[in-house]
Write a protein that binds this ligand. Structure first.
Ligand code: TYM
Length: 330
């Protein structure tokens, strides 16, 4: 069986972009492939500095996957931090990672560019953790002989970096040691926009949360940014932030009807927001009840993660032994 693997970083409350870009395609792939899905908690340490918040976010991501239908008997579902072999592999891989490759990684480069723009030292506010982030991610992926990595567009470069590292390692030790992974990105959800039209992102504060209480969800939907066109004016649905979230969840009939109203005139943004809110409630309401149940039984979540870690280590322990042997350590 081919391997599908992906991770989510517990750096904020899970949102519609995580769901459409990663969780939904990942659960689809789990039907055909052996899946390894995990909580990338040590990746979150580059931004989450409060230990209580870290705990909270980790549980939120675990409960989200389960509420969305992940079956922990089928999927190997674990916390990155429970697999110490990943960190040993990170070091080995870092010795086969060109520093220039990391200089060009988007997250790091964006910080450097912003610093230059503001006339600060170019590495101001950049930790070595942020710089080495892609190597840890390569280790997550290469540890489990991953073939496909279901992710959103923003992670594509990281998977290319993992491929480059694997190729450089194999180039020295033999072509069969590490499997070269491929990103699996669905075109229509590669970059899901947030309530302001930019990429939906925890760091932009523009997310539609998956499991917020209805009142809070509604409030956030009402904040979606629109232009000032009057209801009777014809509008371009594809340029509208409400429509661009709505289209992922509506039935084909509803979508055709709504599209028509945009194009012909007669669409009021306020009403459209209410319709989107109701659609999200209908789509995620049931999953939210399950999510709430999981969040109220953290002991059960811990048990699930402990079992998952055992299954993951059945792979990672022999893999790291193979890696040590390959490089000639011990
Ligand atoms: P993270 O936690 O930022 O995001 C989790 C997943 O959600 C996707 N995503 C989106 N997709 C479409 N539109 C959006 N607006 C959107 N926002 C987020 C992301 O692309 C991602 O697939 N570095 C990773 C976590 C990670 C990982 C890994 C992923 C660590 N190790 C190994 C895959 C394999 C991250 O920070 O994702």
């Amino acid at each position: 069986k081919k391997i599908s693997l992906t991770g989510i970083k517990p750096s904020g409350t899970p949102h519609v972009g995580n769901y459409l870009g990663a969780i939904k395609p990942a659960l689809k792939l789990a039907e055909t492939f052996q899946a390894y899905y995990f909580i990338a908690d040590y990746h979150a340490l580059t931004t989450v500095t409060d230990p209580d918040l870290m705990h909270q976010y980790v549980y939120e991501i675990i409960a989200t996957w389960l509420a969305m239908g992940l079956d922990p008997d089928e999927v190997v579902f674990y916390r990155q931090s429970d697999i110490p072999e990943i960190f040993e592999l990170t070091w080995i891989l870092s010795c086969y990672t060109a520093k220039g490759l990391l200089n060009r990684a988007h997250a790091y480069k964006a910080k450097v560019d912003a610093n230059r723009e503001e006339d600060r030292d170019e590495d101001a506010g950049v930790s070595a953790g942020l710089f080495n982030y892609p190597v840890l991610m390569a280790s997550d992926i290469l540890m489990f002989n991953t073939n496909y990595v279901p992710v959103g567009q923003d992670q594509k470069q990281h998977i290319e970096i993992a491929r480059d590292i694997a190729a450089s390692f194999n180039n020295n030790y033999g072509q069969e040691v590490l499997v070269l992974p491929e990103a699996y990105i669905m075109d229509d959800v590669a970059t899901v926009p947030g309530i302001d039209g930019r990429k939906m992102s925890k760091s932009y504060g523009n997310v539609v949360p998956l499991f917020a209480p209805p009142k809070q969800l509604r409030k956030q939907i009402m904040r979606i940014v629109t232009n000032s066109q009057q209801p009777e004016e014809p509008k371009d649905p594809d340029a509208d932030n409400i429509y661009n979230i709505y289209k992922h969840f509506a039935s084909p009939e509803d979508l055709a009807r709504v599209r028509q109203t945009y194009l012909e005139g007669g669409l009021a943004y306020g009403k459209m927001k209410q319709e989107l809110f109701e659609l999200l409630e209908a789509t995620f309401g049931e999953a939210r009840s399950q999510y709430d149940e999981y969040m109220n039984d953290k002991a059960e979540l811990d048990r699930i993660m402990t079992r998952g870690a055992e299954k993951a280590r059945a792979i990672s322990v022999p893999m790291i032994e193979k890696m040590r042997k390959t490089v000639g350590i011990r």
